[in-house]
Write a protein that binds this ligand. Structure first.
Ligand SMILES: Cc1cc2nc3c(=O)[nH]c(=O)nc-3n(C[C@H](O)[C@H](O)[C@H](O)COP(=O)(O)OP(=O)(O)OC[C@H]3O[C@@H](n4cnc5c(N)ncnc54)[C@H](O)[C@@H]3O)c2cc1C
Length: 506
C-alpha cells in the first residue's frame, strides 16, 4: 500500500499527504513526542513511544534514571542489602560459622559499590535510548506555549523543540518541615542520607512512613542509635498497609533497639557542643494523652533525617503557559488515560502525587500508557492492583484491599492468616518473624487483598498481585502446588486458612 502511494505523481502525493496529516496522521507520519524528565516514568514512556514509531526527544536536567536510580529505590536497596548482610553476619554462630572478628560496615566501600551499580544502570539506560533512536537532551525543559518546549542545556544555548504530544514526567523531591531546613550537615534529606561518607553515632528520623522506616532499619543495622518520631499513632500509617503488619513491624523495630515515639512531632532544635537538641511535642493528631505524654521531651542526637513526604518538581516548568491544572498542593491533575487538562499533554509518575501512588513501577506503567495513548491508543491506568514493597527488616508488602477497605466497600470479608514460623523454610534461613494474610470475599472466595510482613515479602507479593489481577479465588490458590521448602508456601497456607471461613468452597 505505502509502495503504491509513493509511486503516485507528485501533485497527488502532496494532496494525499495533506489529507493523511489532517485526518489520520498516525498512519504514515512520525509523531513528535517530547518527554520532560528521564526517571522510570519518562524513560519507559520514551521507549514505548519509539517502539510505536514516534520521533522521541527526552529532556533531563540531572541524571538519567531519575530519583529511583540515583536517589531512591536502587541506592536505598543497595544499603538495605548491606544492612541485612551485616545483620546476618552478627548471627554467624547461629548458622554454624565461627567468625574470627566482628563484621562491621565500611561505608566508603559501600558507597563505591553503590556508585558502580548506579553507573552500570545509567550506561544501560543510555544504550537503550540510543538503540531506539531516542534523542536525549541533557538540560532543563520548560513549556513555552502549546506545541513548543524550550530545552536549556547547562553549557549551551537554549533551543525550541516542537511537539505533537508532550509527556510531563518531572517527578518529586523531598519536602522540608518548618524549622528544619535541609543543610546536609545537621538536617538531612533522604538524598543526603543515601550519600553519607561518615555515620553519625545517633540519628533522629522524623516521619515513620515508608522511607523513614526503611532508613531506621538500615541505620540501626549499621550501628547507629536510631530514634524515629511519628505524628500519628503508629508506624507506616498508610491506608494500604494492614494494621497487623504495622504492629509486627513495630515489634521488630523494638527488638532492633530502634526507639519509636508515636503521637509526637518535632517542634524545634538547637545545636549545643556539636550535638542537636530536638524538642518533641505532642502532635496535633494525638488523642487522649496522659499528663506525662502531654509534656514536651528533648532528645539529643548527632543528625536529623527528615522523611515527611515529597513535593512536585514543577517550579519553572511553564505549566501555566498551557493551562495544565494542579491541585492545591501543586500535584498535576491527570485522568485515567494520563491526559492533563491541556490538549496533547500527558502527565505521569510522582508529579501526580500520593493519591496516584508514588512508586517507580507505577510511574513506568503510567509512562507506557501515556505513550500508547499519545500514539492514538485508549488505555486506562488501573490503580486497583498495585504491589507495594517496603524494604524494612522484615520486609512488608501488599496488593489489593486491606480488611478495613474491603469491609468499607461492602464485602462480607473472610481472611486467613499464617505465621512464617510455621514454615520449614523460614527456620532454615533463620527468619521466622512475620505473617501473611489473605483477605477474600466470603461469598465467592475471590482474593481481594494480600498483606505480608516477613522474609522476602517484597518478592512473595508478585504471586499475590497476579492472583488478584486474574480474579483468582482462595480455593484456586490453595490448590496450586507450591514447591517445598519455600517461603511461597505461605500463600498456599494462608489460602487454606481463608477457605476455612468461606462458604460453599470445599
Ligand atoms: C529514598 C527513596 C526510596 C524509594 N524506594 C522505592 C522503591 O523501593 N520502590 C519504588 O517503587 N519506589 C521507590 N521510591 C519512589 C520512586 O523513586 C519514585 O516513585 C519514582 O522515581 C518516580 O518516577 P518519576 O519518573 O515520576 O520521577 P523521578 O524518578 O523523580 O524522575 C524525574 C526526573 O525528571 C527530572 N526533571 C525534573 N524537572 C525537570 C525539568 N524541568 N527538565 C528536565 N528534567 C527535569 C529530574 O531530575 C528527574 O531525573 C523511592 C523514593 C525514595 C526517595
Amino acid at each position: 500500500m505505502i509502495f503504491r502511494i509513493k509511486r503516485l505523481p507528485g501533485f497527488f502525493w502532496k494532496i494525499l499527504r495533506i489529507i493523511i496529516q489532517t485526518t489520520s496522521g498516525d498512519i504514515l507520519m512520525n509523531k513528535k513526542i517530547v518527554i520532560i524528565g528521564a526517571g522510570p516514568g519518562g524513560y519507559a514512556a520514551a521507549v514505548r513511544a519509539a517502539q510505536s514509531g514516534a520521533e522521541v526527544t527526552i529532556i533531563e536536567n540531572d541524571t538519567i534514571g531519575g530519583t529511583c536510580l540515583n536517589r531512591g529505590c536502587i541506592p536505598s536497596k543497595i544499603m538495605q542489602t548491606t544492612a541485612a548482610l551485616l545483620d546476618k553476619f552478627q548471627r554467624a554462630e547461629e548458622f554454624g560459622i565461627d567468625a574470627d572478628s566482628k563484621a562491621r560496615l565500611n561505608i566508603q566501600r559501600l558507597m563505591e559499590r553503590k556508585s558502580k551499580i548506579i553507573q552500570t544502570q545509567i550506561s544501560g539506560l543510555h544504550s537503550t535510548l540510543q538503540h531506539h533512536n531516542i534523542r536525549y537532551i541533557s538540560g532543563t525543559g520548560c513549556i513555552r506555549h502549546n506545541g513548543v518546549v524550550i530545552a536549556t542545556p547547562q553549557q549551551s544555548e537554549a533551543s525550541e523543540i516542537p511537539y505533537d504530544k508532550l509527556i510531563l514526567a518531572v517527578g518529586s523531591s523531598p519536602s522540608e518541615i518548618p524549622g528544619f531546613p535541609f543543610d546536609g550537615e545537621h538536617i538531612l534529606s533522604s538524598n543526603h542520607a543515601l550519600d553519607l561518607r561518615e555515620l553519625p553515632e545517633s540519628l533522629l528520623i522524623i516521619g515513620g512512613g515508608v522511607i523513614g522506616c526503611e532508613f531506621a532499619f538500615i541505620m540501626s543495622a549499621f550501628g547507629v542509635k536510631v530514634t524515629i518520631v511519628e505524628a500519628l499513632s503508629g508506624i507506616l500509617p498508610l491506608p494500604s498497609v494492614d494494621d497487623d503488619c504495622s504492629k509486627v513491624l513495630l515489634r521488630e523495630m523494638k527488638k532492633s533497639k530502634i526507639n519509636v515515639l508515636v503521637n509526637r512531632s518535632a517542634d524545634s532544635y538547637e545545636t549545643k557542643n556539636g550535638k542537636i537538641h530536638v524538642t518533641l511535642t505532642p502532635s496535633v493528631f494525638a488523642k487522649n494523652l496522659s499528663e506525662r505524654d502531654k509534656k514536651p521531651v528533648i532528645i539529643e542526637v548527632d543528625k536529623i533525617l527528615v522523611c515527611v513526604g515529597r513535593k512536585p518538581d514543577i517550579a519553572g516548568m511553564g505549566l501555566e503557559n498551557i493551562s495544565v491544572k494542579t491541585d492545591e498542593k501543586g500535584w498535576v491533575i491527570a485522568d485515567e488515560n494520563m491526559e492533563t487538562h491541556a490538549e496533547n499533554v500527558y502527565a505521569i509518575g510522582d508529579i501526580l502525587g500520593p493519591a496516584k501512588i508514588m512508586l517507580a513501577h507505577v510511574a513506568s506503567t503510567e509512562g507506557i500508557i501515556s505513550a500508547e495513548n499519545a500514539m492514538g491508543g485508549s488505555r486506562v491506568m488501573n490503580y486497583q492492583v498495585v504491589p507495594n514493597a517496603i524494604f524494612t527488616m522484615p520486609e512488608v508488602a501488599n496488593a489489593g484491599l486491606t480488611e478495613t477497605q474491603a469491609k468499607a466497600q461492602g464485602f462480607d470479608v473472610c481472611s486467613g492468616k499464617v505465621l512464617f514460623r510455621t514454615l520449614g523454610k523460614a527456620h532454615v534461613i533463620g527468619e521466622i518473624a512475620g505473617e501473611a494474610k489473605i483477605v477474600s470475599d466470603a461469598a465467592s472466595g475471590k482474593i481481594l487483598g494480600v498483606h505480608i510482613v516477613g522474609p522476602h515479602a517484597t518478592d512473595l507479593i508478585a504471586e499475590a498481585t497476579l492472583a488478584i489481577q486474574m480474579g483468582c479465588s482462595v480455593k484456586e490458590l490453595a490448590q496450586t502446588i507450591h514447591a517445598h521448602p519455600t517461603l511461597a508456601e505461605i500463600m498456599m497456607e494462608a489460602s487454606f486458612e481463608a477457605m476455612g471461613g468461606a462458604r460453599n468452597l470445599r
